[in-house]
Design a protein around this ligand. Structure first.
Ligand SMILES: C[S@@+](CC[C@H](N)C(=O)[O-])C[C@H]1O[C@@H](n2cnc3c(N)ncnc32)[C@H](O)[C@@H]1O
Length: 237
């Protein structure tokens, strides 16, 4: 189903936030990265400028730069007011205050918008949506998914999560997902069955604490890759 822009909250995070959310090392950043549900984050724009190979996928990229920017400014004040109303429910360590968060989100959307037309021409921003990805098996070293899977657990069931993550693992040798909390600040109920299913099909899953927390308790990332046993069996044929 085509995406309706008026249902999207186009808030994006910066390169530095991605580095912290996913504990990305310099070696990780040198890998080929597929950032799924990348939306209006400035990860690709800033990462490309630094010479890192990043591909972004999101249904949002069906829209042009002005449509995405106008949607951002149309919802900005309402969302910031909701955060002001619930200020104690957030962790003010990375962002010092609501005003700082707002300024950061504006800087991110403007950085994204400045890069988006060129990035689209260069095919760094591709239209696509989980649970299907238009890439061959093993095309990327590292797949990232920030603020989509698990966060929208009420809107997407366990089967969707399993299908989406399995598809990311078909395309990427390793997958990292952040955060593991829902919008209601609870650990997603999909997390245990997703991990069980992935482990049953030969993947290693680990939950790692990271240096980024805006939702209280939302400082954990799920890391998934083929288990060593499975890789050894494959090598042996
Ligand atoms: C809250 S934004 C997160 C953007 C970015 N990853 C970040 O953290 O700054 C969620 C994104 O998920 C995208 N999205 C919605 N449905 C999707 C799907 N089925 N597959 C991939 N992305 C989807 C939306 O278009 C939106 O850009």
């Amino acid at each position: 189903m085509a995406m309706q822009l008026n249902q999207v909250v186009p808030f994006g995070r910066s390169f530095d936030e991605y580095v912290k959310m996913f504990s990305l090392s310099e070696a990780d950043l040198q890998k080929s990265i597929l950032s799924v549900a990348d939306g209006p984050a400035s990860f690709n724009a800033e990462g490309t400028a630094r010479g890192y190979p990043i591909q972004s996928v999101d249904p949002l990229y069906a829209f042009n730069v002005e449509e995405i920017r106008s949607r951002f400014y149309a919802v900005l004040d309402n969302i910031i007011q909701q955060i002001i109303d619930t200020e104690e429910d957030w962790v003010w360590s990375y962002h010092a205050s609501v005003a700082d968060l707002k300024a950061h989100r504006i800087a991110v959307i403007e950085r994204f918008c400045a890069d988006y037309p060129t990035g689209k021409q260069q095919k760094r921003y591709a239209i696509g949506q989980l649970p299907h990805l238009a890439y061959g098996s093993g095309s990327y070293d590292l797949g990232l998914c920030s603020h989509f899977l698990f966060l929208y657990s009420l809107q997407r069931d366990t089967a969707f999560h399993i299908a989406a993550i399995t598809e990311m693992l078909r395309v990427c040798r390793e997958v990292r997902i952040f955060p593991l909390l829902t919008l209601n600040l609870e650990t997603s109920l999909h997390l245990p069955p997703v991990i069980e299913q992935l482990q049953n099909t030969g993947y290693s899953c680990s939950i790692e604490t990271v240096e980024y927390e805006l939702q209280p308790g939302g400082n954990q990332m799920l890391k998934i890759h083929k288990s060593h046993l499975e890789m050894a069996e494959r090598r042996l044929g």
